[in-house]
Ligand binder design. Structure first.
Ligand code: HEM
Length: 414
């Protein structure tokens, strides 16, 4: 049997396994052997366009998964955990962060999710977190100003702002925002370590051990001095320590990059569309629209995994039991069957439900927190307080990634 080596990770893949007969007749998945990881990393959108035009699902040897790129197929998967399990076998995420709610099916998943209590819900955000986000914004905007012309909007402002917010949401009073950024990145690198690089595993394991130690120290403190954080709530519910650790590691990995990326992506997109920026300046109701259009246009989580529990036919494509799927939100959110002129950033487009926060039982638990810290606090304040904000013409901004996509460099003048 032929094997294919992923040029980016070095991982080997076998061609698409033959599907077992399913109840409804379908077609075998086409093989997209032309897709390369480096190209996805640089700019996945032309690749998604070609994939979607050919079929809703492909076997992609370089990724060693079936990539699901149509909106209808992605939506069907999200709504049906009986046929499409989140509990992927051989999961690198489980190895890097432990077995969190994100890789469990119900009823186990719901037990973990309920244990997060009210921390991430709208009422707590309004009463408690909004004031904290405003204070953190002031601190890190001052940091950006101090860095002067050519300061990096991502690394001098968006990253520390969102990391500090998440530190307090989690309840790590014994860590710094820099710890949060390092933990997040090294454990995420573990979840993508298809090349089995021992150095990446060592860094992920070091961060994992540091998070365990921080949790062990904070639980007795928060039991005696409760606050509104996740850890404070977790300290009061009968849930195994192993689940607390895994869920917090997943939240550190999933609750930092995404708000950071949507904040920088939105500002970058508005700076590149001055007429839309001018409209947002005039009408505060458009902050929320800019946020939603930004996560549709560039889904911060571009792809997440699922596994079939039985042979299925998905949008006419036969998949065997145990098939490893990548649900490509970055592609589904630009499906022309749903969104008119989908490649354009347009805050005035007709309102349609995007899939950037997932759907079904795993619908993002941090959606309201993300909207609050980005669309309600940071975005209006940045636009109001930096009226001369513009991209530095001397130093180009860069964006990259496909599983996670965002600005990697964004020098600004103000
Ligand atoms: C714009 C920002 C964000 C985006 C685009 C986003 C996206 C997502 C997506 C797509 C999923 C589902 C993944 C899957 O089904 O495999 C998810 C799950 C999750 N997210 Fe977010 N997220 C964001 C911010 C946050 C924040 C700020 C937090 C926490 C502070 C958070 C916490 C979670 C949790 C706990 C889950 C797991 C839910 C479950 O399994 O039931 N997210 N997120």
């Amino acid at each position: 049997m032929n094997t294919v080596t992923c040029p980016f990770s070095g991982a080997t893949a076998t061609p698409a396994p033959a599907a077992a007969p399913a109840s409804t007749p379908g077609h075998p998945a086409p093989v997209a052997d032309w897709v390369r990881i480096e190209d996805l990393h640089q700019d996945p959108f032309p690749i998604y366009q070609r994939l979607r035009e050919e079929a809703p699902v492909h076997w992609v040897p370089a990724v060693n998964r079936y990539m699901v790129t149509s909106y209808a197929a992605a939506h069907e998967i999200e709504q049906d955990e009986a046929r499409f399990s989140a509990n992927e076998r051989n999961s690198l995420m489980k190895r890097s962060m432990g077995h969190s709610m994100l890789r469990k099916d119900n009823p186990e998943h719901q037990v973990d999710r309920d244990a997060y209590g009210a921390t991430l819900r709208p009422g707590t955000i309004k009463k408690h977190w909004m004031g904290i986000f405003e204070k953190n914004h002031a601190t890190w905007l001052a940091n950006l100003r101090e860095a002067g012309p050519g300061a990096d909007f991502v690394w001098d402002y968006a990253a520390p702002y969102t990391a500090e917010n998440l530190r307090l949401i989690c309840g790590f009073h014994n860590a710094t925002q820099q710890d949060m950024q390092r933990w997040s990145q090294t454990m995420i690198d573990g979840t993508g370590n298809y090349a089995d690089d021992p150095q990446i595993w060592a860094k992920a394991a070091q961060s994992s051990a540091e998070v365990d130690a921080a949790i062990d120290e904070m639980i007795p403190y928060l039991a005696a001095n409760p606050d509104h954080s996740l850890l404070s709530n977790l300290a009061t519910v009968p849930i195994p320590l192993e689940a607390i650790r895994a869920n917090l590691k997943m939240t550190i990995g999933g609750g930092l990059n995404e708000p950071r990326d949507v904040l920088a992506n939105t500002v970058w997109a508005l700076l590149n569309h001055p007429e839309q920026l001018a409209a947002v300046r005039k009408d505060p109701a458009l902050h929320a629209k800019a946020f939603e259009e930004s996560v549709r246009w560039i889904a911060p989580i571009g792809m997440y995994p699922r596994e079939t529990t039985q042979a299925v036919v998905l949008e006419g494509i036969e998949l065997p039991a145990g098939a490893r799927l990548g649900v490509v939100l970055g592609a589904a959110n630009r499906d022309p069957q749903i969104f008119e002129d989908p490649e354009s950033f347009n805050i005035f487009r007709e309102k349609k439900p995007h899939l950037a926060f997932g759907g079904g039982v795993h619908f993002c638990a941090g959606t309201w927190i993300a909207r609050a810290q980005v669309a309600q606090v940071a975005l209006p304040a940045v636009i109001d307080q930096l009226p001369q904000l513009r991209l530095d013409p001397e130093q180009a901004s860069t964006d990259a990634g496909w599983v996670f996509r965002g600005m990697t460099k964004m020098p600004v003048l103000f």
